[in-house]
Design a protein around this ligand. Structure first.
Ligand code: 13P
Length: 249
């Protein structure tokens, strides 16, 4: 079922102590909401955060994981390891993973498969670069990213998939896609999924927007019919700003 979601991707910020302080403040100030609230701390804080949010409406996600079950992959973390600390949602395909760690569509398809095999939910990220948009190729790029990493999945798997459109040119730049640009792309994404699977399946998928979402622009972006929430970077590091974005729905 399509849900409204606000997810905070902390990236490489917040050590163990900072994470605990953030979570306790968030839990104290968060009013009951029908919006799903997700935080994605770094690996070193996952166990503590996941224990701290128990019994609350906040969900803890990981920012990445490896596709293999276990083995000689120095520095990597597996799906089973995430589950062992209570984490059942994972962000996959973030543009920073694609750009700095060479994660390809093929590799991401494997990660999505592993997440599914473990009953985990993927928040699958994709988005075009500035040059792609300037040359009018944004839909071709986004369409290919979705197709290459996700269109091998059976329809039933899609209940474990959340899509996150994050135009690379809007991440951490202060430059947001306009609400119309976000809506146009989200509608295209939904239509692409509908063509491959069904209208019903596409209507049920949550599609988040990410890229310089702030309290000042969240309401307008979230008001668009195909925007089901946000994946927030910088503004999710500040409890007050994160709460204001959650409350923008
Ligand atoms: P910013 O909100 O800092 O632009 O980051 C967006 C993002 O990359 C979330 O995953």
């Amino acid at each position: 079922m399509r849900k409204q979601i606000v997810a905070g991707n902390w990236k490489m910020n917040n050590d163990y102590v900072d994470s605990e302080l953030f979570v306790s403040k968030l839990l104290k100030e968060l009013k009951h909401t029908t919006t799903e609230v997700i935080i994605a701390p770094p690996f070193t804080s996952l166990l503590a955060s996941s224990n701290s949010v128990k019994g609350s409406q906040v969900i803890v996600a990981a920012q990445n994981m490896h596709f293999a079950e276990n083995g000689a992959y120095t520095g990597e973390v597996s799906a089973a390891m995430l589950k062992s600390v209570g984490v059942k949602t994972v962000i996959l395909g973030h543009s920073e993973r694609r750009a700095y760690f060479n994660e390809s569509d093929d590799l991401l398809a494997k990660k999505v498969n592993t997440a599914l095999a473990h009953g985990m939910r993927s928040i699958f990220c994709f988005g075009e670069e500035l040059e792609d948009r300037k040359s009018g190729n944004e839909e071709a790029i986004v369409g290919a990213q979705i197709k290459n990493a996700l269109f091998h999945l059976p329809a039933a798997a899609w209940e474990h998939i959340v899509l996150a459109y994050e135009p690379v040119w809007a991440i951490g730049t202060g430059e947001t896609a306009s609400p119309e640009q976000a809506q146009d792309m989200h509608a295209f994404i939904r239509e692409t999924v509908a063509k491959k699977y069904s209208k019903k399946l596409a209507e049920d998928v949550s599609i988040l927007y990410g890229g310089s979402v702030k309290p000042a622009n969240a309401k307008e972006i979230f008001s668009k019919p195909d925007v089901d929430g946000g994946l927030i970077g910088g503004a999710a590091l500040d409890v007050e700003q994160f709460l204001a974005i959650i409350n923008a729905f």
